[in-house]
Design a binder for this molecule. Sequence first.
Ligand SMILES: Nc1ncnc2c1ncn2[C@@H]1O[C@H](COP(=O)(O)OP(=O)(O)OP(=O)(O)O)[C@@H](O)[C@H]1O
Ligand SMILES: CC(C)(CO)[C@@H](O)C(=O)NCCC(=O)O
Ligand SMILES: [K+]
Length: 242
Amino acid sequence: MVLAIDIGNTRIKAAVFKESTLIDVLFFDQKELISKIDFILDKFEKITTMVIASVGNLKKTDFLKYSSKITVFYITNKDKFPFTNLYSTPETLGIDRMVLACGAVLQFPNQNRLVIDAGTCITYDFIDSNNNYLGGAISAGIKLRYEALHQYTAKLPLLSREYPENFIGNSTHDSIHSGVAQGVIHEIDGFIAQYKEQYAKFIIILTGGDAEFLAERLKNTIFANSNFLLESLNQTFQYNQK
Ligand SMILES: Nc1ncnc2c1ncn2[C@@H]1O[C@H](COP(=O)(O)OP(=O)(O)OP(=O)(O)O)[C@@H](O)[C@H]1O
Ligand SMILES: CC(C)(CO)[C@@H](O)C(=O)NCCC(=O)O
Ligand SMILES: [K+]
């Protein structure tokens, strides 16, 4: 069994896989890392491998203590990926984006793919049908937008994610919700429209902490899967084993 760990900028997500089947998912923060991993390893004694992708503060050395018991595969840009990386600064490309691209190529072969990860940041990644990774975009995620509006103004309250009833916000609260929630929807729909001008057909994969919230409100047909990064971690590991 494989324990996949996604270390994001806000939360840590972990999943247990029996071959390609996802058995359990856990979310926690950095200070709980060791206790949660110990708990999972106790509960699932058949875990032989830990696969980690970190865009957060944790490094390979933070997982050293496990390497005497199980295989620790800490994914870096130097590992094997099933696409040609055409990013002009491949060494600075986020490892989460590389893992997402890997999952997209392996799960959706021979087609153009757009991966949208709505997490702390919203990332867009495009991999064409010839398995060229082209790049994409990075913008601020939903929670970050709410926080920024509050933090960098004197009068705006800190609100949490809510979809406004009307796009014309007629109160401070509704104006903020319209600006953030509707704003992100328009951004995503707009990006998709722009990709459509260049590529007639592509599959759209939506993931991240805001995937479910966004999925039902987008115009386009998308494949929404909150666990896509965790599944892609497991696949990146399997791919590197071959
Ligand atoms: N319990 C939660 N805690 C934090 N964010 C949540 C929660 N539930 C939903 N979200 C939403 O998820 C988004 C953060 O996504 P996610 O948890 O995937 O980010 P992350 O851990 O920083 O990962 P990444 O760095 O890969 O984006 C926020 O914009 C927030 O609106
Ligand atoms: C954009 C984030 C923060 C998204 O998690 C991460 O992928 C990252 O730190 N990327 C590095 C910059 C880049 O991808 O070009
Ligand atoms: K993200």
